[in-house]
Design a binder for this molecule. Sequence first.
Ligand SMILES: Nc1nc(O)c(N)c(N[C@@H]2O[C@H](COP(=O)(O)O)[C@@H](O)[C@H]2O)n1
Ligand code: ZN
Length: 363
Amino acid sequence: MDNELWFYEPEDRDGYLSNFASYPLYIDGSKWQTSEHYYQAHKFTEQSVITEIQQAPTPDDAFRLSREHQSQMRQDWDSIKRQTMFTVVSEKFRQHPLLAHKLIATGNCIIKEHSHKDAYWGDGGDGKGENHLGKILMEVRSLLKKQLPYKFLHYVETAKLPTPWGTFAMHGFVEPESGKEHLALSYGQWRKDEPVLMRIHSECLTGDALFSMRCDCGFQLQKALQNIVKNGSGVLLYLRQEGRGIGLLNKIRAYQLQDQGADTVEANEQLGFAADLRKYHFCESMLSFLGINEVKLMTNNPRKVKALKKIGINIVERVILQEGHNRHNHFYLSTKADKLGHMFEVPNNGSFSIHEIKKGHEL
Ligand SMILES: Nc1nc(O)c(N)c(N[C@@H]2O[C@H](COP(=O)(O)O)[C@@H](O)[C@H]2O)n1
Ligand SMILES: [Zn+2]
């Protein structure tokens, strides 16, 4: 039996589900302060009444005015009211992506408007009501789950992530198909029309968590977080695509081949993989959740630039993230530059003797 989610007052935890919650809508060229304004106004055909309700200062006033004009209600209201409610609730979540993500995050909960005042739209307070508003919200949730940008990645929950450089908001997401989990870390605030400093970071357990010097990932991760805090705002998308998408154990197999002299591309290919298996289409869902469509992207990887452009993100600037170059990763970084098109200036190996570079892989 799925859990029940009760809502009622707009100021409650799940109050965003209420028609009285303050989320403006634009329908057929008109602005409606809340979905309640739209619903109550559409009980009438007399324009003066519609306008009076549309301009009511609050949804409670809209509700009150509708009762005052009860005698002028359209004759066929009972036959069209559910469709009218479905229309305005659908539009509310279409026009407010963050609400759509939150609605999807309710999973398969049974949503109920817990109202002892209403046994049609609500559950009647005793659970015996018809709960049509709850049912419409669940219908809209099902439809949203099948639509872009939500279909490939669902938002789940947010929590604080304190780091030595600052406290980020950590947003968890899951791929509904595979169950694979991804993160977005956000810091500070940004205006809608402002390009956001962003890093797309692919998971590298060895570099990010085990201080590996075989690559530059851990150094890039730290620098990206520091850059975001220094900038005052920004986002890091942490994508669980270990090993350029081949996974940790295959990456260790690839490292073993590199210890025998293969480069990072040859190793992947000797294991039967393409050089890079990563996908980025699901980032569209994360960026919709964060309200981002213009970025200053911290990356050296041309494939990430291309992937973001493909999902409609405007990259106003590419910020080089060249960190952690050392004798253990010189050959790896050179290969990424030579064979994977990474855009950075790998210091010539004059910095390290070829002996030191070769030695870099000795156990
Ligand atoms: N398959 C594979 N072989 C190697 O030798 C590696 N060092 C990695 N590392 C993975 O590469 C990704 C980071 O590279 P970008 O800078 O984002 O292009 C990350 O997935 C590491 O785990 N993989
Ligand atoms: Zn790495």
